[in-house]
Ligand binder design. Structure first.
Ligand SMILES: [Fe+2]
Length: 143
């Protein structure tokens, strides 16, 4: 799980920097290229590492843009068809993406990011994982 969270976007190594750093919205063709990073990531890991442990990592990388409601990519998996590791990674990655500044968006406050996560419960994210995230987040606030 640790390797997968660290390597999940490794497929972006094959995407031109001009596209990764584009400050405006991607057009349809650019978006189709961007979406291939899940497949390219899986291929890079499968080619480089033959250990059984990396099969799971390759699967996690391939699924990491699936959504709980089935509107993700590349396979349009939904609910528990999505690996639990991916369900957890999705929430953690989204939170991380929101609280740090990106070329195409300003950073949100932690409170704004949490509201966004809550609003995607049962849509982008697993309801159970969101509930657990909120419990953990709340615990850290108190400590
Ligand atoms: Fe990604």
């Amino acid at each position: 799980m640790g390797y997968a969270s660290f390597l999940h976007d490794i497929g972006k190594a094959k995407i031109p920097a001009s596209l990764l750093q584009k400050p405006s919205k991607l057009n349809e063709k650019e978006w189709e290229t961007m979406k291939k990073h899940t497949l390219w990531g899986k291929q890079i890991i499968s080619k480089q590492f033959s250990l059984k442990q990396f099969d799971k990592i390759a699967k996690i990388i391939y699924q990491h843009h699936e959504r709980w409601d089935g509107n993700g990519y590349p396979q349009g998996l939904k609910c528990d068809e999505i690996l639990i590791e991916v369900q957890i990674l999705s929430v953690a990655d989204a939170y991380d993406a929101m609280i740090y500044k990106r070329p195409y968006q300003k950073a949100l406050s932690k409170e704004e990011a949490i509201e966004e996560i809550k609003s995607e419960k049962g849509k982008q994210f697993s309801p159970k994982v969101v509930d657990t995230f909120l419990k953990i987040e709340d615990k850290f606030k108190k400590d």
